[in-house]
Design a protein around this ligand. Structure first.
Ligand SMILES: Cc1cc2nc3c(=O)[nH]c(=O)nc-3n(C[C@H](O)[C@H](O)[C@H](O)COP(=O)(O)O)c2cc1C
Length: 410
């Protein structure tokens, strides 16, 4: 798996850096070409000479070349060379620098110049309080949103002598994370090169100039699907209602507000997409006649007349060619699987994800989800509680199982 692969190991200034010569040795034994990038902090914890010896390569540190060097552009060529970037240990400081998009050392430059789609595995290791701090968590979320794989630290004995969260996994475990990541990258996906349209987030239906009807959808599930599909090489268009999420790398994003806007934007893409995944929580109804200004508080009661919004997925399903796949979500609280099955049949979908809503582990806003996937042949796959990224991978696996039959242009 690793034979001939070009791997950069970025080492930051944490105590766990002492384990990295062993990690380099393991990768070399697997046949990888390894180059080490050491931060200034990292060099305080592990010897450059030891790393150069085990990697059989010079260790890269400063962006500015030392006198006598003839290659002045290592800050670009290293990132281009790499098949994967592994950052272990990643310090709080470097997580902040990378999340902010700085380019003040060789590690940051490699991170910015890595080719799109190449895996970045980040192993944060630090004091538990530091790891759980709002700033570090925000930076981790930013990097994960950009497609990096973050492997959380383990709990146990720390090099500081304390016990708790913050330990970097052992080199053998890091190696197996890397192998797993490269394996899924190499697997040729039937979605590669195909156009995938994903809708995400809530819609806002205007009551008047300052008020609207909406729901609690955060868009996280749809964004996770878009991210996972782009990673598989699909050409992804993401139509999203108002959310606070970063656009996944390589995804074309269209921002909309109301169900009518989403409908109009989706219609533009319908005919050219191979797969339509409707993960948005589109409002079923909208106020019949939104008021231009602000409605005054005058009467003790008020009536709001609502009209039905178009069903975007049902419409797509009705007009699609046999080569296009239609995938929906059904968020239900009770008797869910049966309702989801009925929806699959009524809308003639290829696949439906029944999304059990319990308000804690699945559904809106949270980072995890519990899905049951039902396909057009009646195959049912009950998934356990997963992160939304993991659930997205499972959903795409299920779509891929249906895709070969539908191969060809839309
Ligand atoms: C003894 C010692 C141990 C440290 N261990 C860690 C650590 O495990 N994780 C971390 O994020 N920072 C740790 N730090 C702080 C970093 O070394 C410091 O933030 C440094 O600026 C990181 O630089 P870098 O991110 O460029 O490598 C430690 C500092 C000291 C003095």
């Amino acid at each position: 798996m690793l034979r001939g692969k070009n791997i950069i190991i970025g080492i930051c200034g944490g105590i766990a850096a002492y384990k990295t010569p062993q990690l380099v040795r393991l990768l070399k034994k697997e046949g990888a070409n390894v180059k080490v990038v050491l931060t200034e902090g990292g060099a305080r914890f592990v010897s450059e000479l030891a790393l150069a010896t085990v990697s059989q390569e010079p260790v890269y540190r400063a962006i500015f070349p030392s006198s006598g060097t003839t290659d002045f552009t290592h800050h670009i060529s290293l990132g281009e060379w790499a098949d994967a970037l592994l950052i272990a240990p990643a310090t709080a400081n470097s997580l902040g620098r990378l999340a902010a998009g700085l380019c003040d050392d060789m590690l940051a430059a490699c991170f910015l110049t890595l080719r799109p789609g190449k895996p970045v595995l980040i192993f944060p290791a630090m004091d538990g309080q530091m790891y759980l701090s709002a700033s570090v968590q925000r930076n981790i979320a930013t990097l994960a949103g950009q497609g990096c794989t973050i492997i959380p630290p383990e709990s146990g004995e720390l090099a500081s002598g304390q016990c708790g969260l913050g330990r970097m996994p052992e080199p053998e475990a890091i190696l197996s994370h890397l192998q797993q990541s490269l394996r899924s990258e190499e697997r040729h996906s039937p979605l590669h090169g195909r156009s995938v349209l994903v809708t995400a987030g809530p819609t806002r239906e205007k009551i008047d100039g300052v008020r609207f009807i909406s729901n609690y959808s955060s868009g996280k599930m749809g964004f996770a699907i878009a991210r996972a599909a782009a990673k598989r090489g699909a050409l992804v268009t993401l139509i999203t209602g108002p959310v606070h999420l970063e656009t996944p790398p390589g995804v074309t994003r269209i921002d909309v507000e109301s169900a009518a806007d989403m409908h109009a934007a989706a219609e533009e893409v319908f005919s050219s997409c191979n797969v339509f995944i409707a993960a948005a929580a589109v409002a079923d109804y909208r106020p019949r006649a939104p008021y231009e200004g602000k409605i005054k508080k005058e009467d003790a009661e008020m009536q709001l007349a609502l009209v039905r919004n178009p069903d975007i997925l049902a419409e797509f399903s009705k007009q699609r060619s046999p080569k296009q796949l239609a995938v929906g979500f059904a968020l239900e609280t009770r008797e869910g699987v049966e309702c989801a099955r009925q929806k699959l049949e009524a809308k003639q979908l290829d696949l439906i994800a029944f999304n059990y809503f319990d308000g804690k582990n699945s559904g809106f806003e949270v980072d995890t989800n519990i899905l049951t996937l039902i396909d057009r042949h009646g195959e049912t796959l009950e998934l356990p509680k997963l992160t939304k990224d993991e659930a997205a991978e499972q959903l795409l696996d299920a779509i891929e199982r249906l895709t070969p039959v539908n191969a060809g242009n839309a």
